[in-house]
Design a protein around this ligand. Structure first.
Ligand SMILES: NC(=O)c1ccc[n+]([C@@H]2O[C@H](COP(=O)([O-])OP(=O)(O)OC[C@H]3O[C@@H](n4cnc5c(N)ncnc54)[C@H](O)[C@@H]3O)[C@@H](O)[C@H]2O)c1
Length: 368
């Protein structure tokens, strides 16, 4: 097991990565679980595979686990489901010093974390991420929230968990496409800030995707370390360091909007193609070489992730995609900062990008 500390004044916590953590959840949480009753929020896919494991550990330690099992999917990040979760937690008589367990992917983590943030003005929670995306990204850093009809993640709070237990065993039941979507976020850490880790991903990506235990532990641990470093530097995304995590997200957001935020393109897949586009756009601006942009596209394609717009059959213009970017939540006083590259491992924020130029670039990509 590896242990990474997220260092935040007064709110530091550990992210533990390894096998068997859910089977030992009571031991891992220790004194965080101060009452007999333990509230756990999960979804039905995760419950079918992991509820018993978690329950057995808690019962053996003398606890009474109480599960709230929600329907899976992004729809759970809504006011209606949030209300249900909060009402249920109140019924469970959760107090400020208690901890709620969030067992699931990013949807359950974001929703439960937000419920914990607002319940009695903030109570504790533990992240038990069961998707690769949640283990390497969403469970670390304290961004919690739900979606609004105007867009994704527009309602929320910064609320850090007290502990994150990333059990690699849980990934064995994850559908391969979800594994790929999470891997996009893994490779992102290499592309944005760590050329050596990117090279490791080029050589070992197929081992990660195949669930090789050593490769997974290394990939998840390195990703968590990168995220923890960035969060410690810029917890609330005010200095720009955390904004670099949005590499691929602006292009990706436009692709997700064009495909109706549907299963046609998962968020991680959109980020993967978005990173290829950010790299090619960086090459167009002569910030990086064509060779580096091709290396990035190749690494993404060889993980089975989309690396070409033309393959999506979008049937739209570059202007249409660029227009979606105007609704990006990263818009700042009329300008949209783009995360671009000066090299592999050297992302930076470019605030001078002209959307007209991006539209022209995307026309070329759509026709390629
Ligand atoms: N808070 C953050 O910093 C942050 C960062 C990135 C993404 N997010 C959010 O994360 C969400 C996406 O997270 P996700 O990709 O984990 O999606 P998800 O939570 O919807 O999980 C994906 C699917 O896998 C299933 N699943 C989860 N674990 C499983 C397992 N071990 N075995 C079998 N099935 C399993 C789920 O039921 C779901 O159907 C989005 O809402 C996104 O906005 C948040």
């Amino acid at each position: 097991m590896s242990v990474t500390r997220v260092e935040l004044a007064g709110r530091s916590y550990e992210v533990r990565v390894g096998g068997g953590l859910l089977a030992d959840v009571a031991g891992q949480c220790g004194a965080l679980l101060r009452k007999t009753s333990v509230p756990i929020v999960t979804d039905s896919n995760v419950s079918a595979r992991w509820q018993e494991t978690v329950a057995n550990s808690l019962i053996a330690a003398g606890h009474e686990p109480q599960f709230l099992v929600l329907d899976p999917g992004e729809g759970a990040k809504s006011w209606a489901v949030l209300e249900r979760v909060v009402d249920w937690l109140l019924e469970q008589e959760v107090e400020r010093g208690d901890h709620i367990l969030a067992l699931g992917g990013g949807v359950i983590g974001d929703l439960t974390g937000f419920a914990a943030a607002i319940l009695k003005r903030g109570c504790g929670f533990v992240q038990l991420p069961t998707t690769l995306l949640a283990q390497v990204d969403s469970s670390v850093g304290g961004k919690t929230g739900i979606n609004a009809s105007a867009g994704k993640n527009l309602i929320g709070a910064f609320h850090q968990p007290s502990l994150v237990l990333a059990d690699l065993d849980s990934l064995a039941t994850l559908p391969p496409r979800e594994m790929g979507a999470g891997y996009a976020e893994v490779i992102k850490y290499g592309i944005l800030g760590d050329a050596e880790f990117f090279s490791w991903c080029e050589a070992n990506g197929s081992r990660v995707m195949a669930g090789d235990a050593d490769a997974l532990e290394y990939a998840v641990t390195e990703s968590v370390k990168a995220k923890a470093r960035i969060v410690a530097e810029d917890e609330r995304e005010t200095t720009g360091a955390r904004a670099l995590l949005n590499l691929g997200h602006t292009f990706g957001h436009a692709l997700e909007a064009q495909t109706g935020f549907s299963d046609r393109l998962l968020h991680g897949e959109a980020v993967a193609l978005g990173m290829v586009l950010a790299a090619r756009y960086s090459a167009r601006k002569a910030y990086i070489s064509e060779e580096d942009a091709s290396r990035i596209a190749q690494a993404i394609a060889s993980a089975g992730l989309p690396a070409e717009c033309s393959a999506l059959g979008l049937n739209c213009s570059g202007r249409t995609l660029a227009d979606h970017m105007l609704h990006d939540k990263k818009m700042d006083a009329g300008a949209l900062p783009f995360v671009l590259l000066r090299g592999i491992g050297e992302a930076f924020l470019d605030r001078e990008v002209q959307l007209g130029d991006v539209a022209e670039f995307l026309d070329g990509e759509l026709a390629a």
